[in-house]
Design a protein around this ligand. Structure first.
Ligand SMILES: NC(=O)c1ccc[n+]([C@@H]2O[C@H](COP(=O)([O-])OP(=O)(O)OC[C@H]3O[C@@H](n4cnc5c(N)ncnc54)[C@H](OP(=O)(O)O)[C@@H]3O)[C@@H](O)[C@H]2O)c1
Length: 197
């Protein structure tokens, strides 16, 4: 993901979702990357990791960043890896986390950091028309479209399909965990097959 930001030395980065599977991986890469000067993790739960480049803000609700606004200026990029699976969720609850929370965070960040690049982790099958049959895909599509319309310096929408966790990273989503336990032993074979087909 950091490839879209290459060439920006001494980057200051905000990360949402650092306690999750994707966020743990992004945090690891940011801390290892010599072009990233600092990482501010923002989440409702603390991360245990400590590192000289890492700071964190823990807030009960992320839809209102006003108590910490004074700490959110001077950032070049935001990796937004916060998200939930729609499994078992009502449309209203899924929209609240996926659309309302994301857009509220993005509106604050772009106001404070007009030169920011925003990177959103979406998902394969996202519906940009916003009118398809799959509830989650419509809402992710609406979220992507709204982010792309905001006056960030740049915004990138990543639509991963299967993600293989590495370096001890664990998902918080129970059914993903079950899926990884089944697929992980087969992953090297599946990867090789996907190259030849
Ligand atoms: N994993 C995959 O294979 C995969 C594939 C395609 C797309 N994606 C997308 O990538 C994104 C991240 O997935 P993931 O696998 O990293 O999920 P995950 O392991 O379940 O982590 C979810 C992250 O979002 C945070 N979060 C969820 N609901 C929140 C809320 N209401 N308020 C504050 N924080 C909240 C969690 O924080 P807490 O620690 O506080 O719960 C955690 O940091 C999702 O949008 C997902 O759809 C994932």
């Amino acid at each position: 993901m950091a490839c879209c930001l290459r060439g920006m030395p001494d980057m200051n980065v905000i990360l949402f979702g650092a306690t999750g599977m994707v966020g743990q991986g992004v945090l690891r890469e940011c801390l290892l990357d010599s072009e990233v000067e600092s990482v501010l993790s923002i989440g409702r739960n603390a991360i245990e990791q400590q590192h000289e480049k890492l700071q964190q803000i823990v807030l009960k609700t992320l839809t209102d960043l006003s108590p910490v606004e004074s700490r959110l200026s001077g950032y070049d990029a935001c990796f937004f890896c916060l998200g939930v699976s729609s499994a078992g969720m009502s449309e209203e609850d899924y929209r609240h986390v996926t659309y309302d929370l994301t857009l509220s965070v993005a509106a604050t960040l772009v106001r404070l950091n007009p030169a920011m690049t925003f990177v959103y982790v979406s998902g394969a099958g996202t519906d940009s028309s916003e009118h398809g049959r799959m509830m989650w895909a419509r809402i992710k599509g609406k979220t992507e479209n709204a982010l792309l319309a905001m006056p960030f310096k740049a915004a990138y929408m990543f639509r991963p399909g299967y993600i293989q966790p590495m370096h001890g990273v664990r998902t918080k989503t129970q059914w993903y965990g079950t899926m990884y336990a089944i697929i992980s032993p087969l992953y090297p074979l599946l990867k090789r097959l996907s190259r030849v087909t």
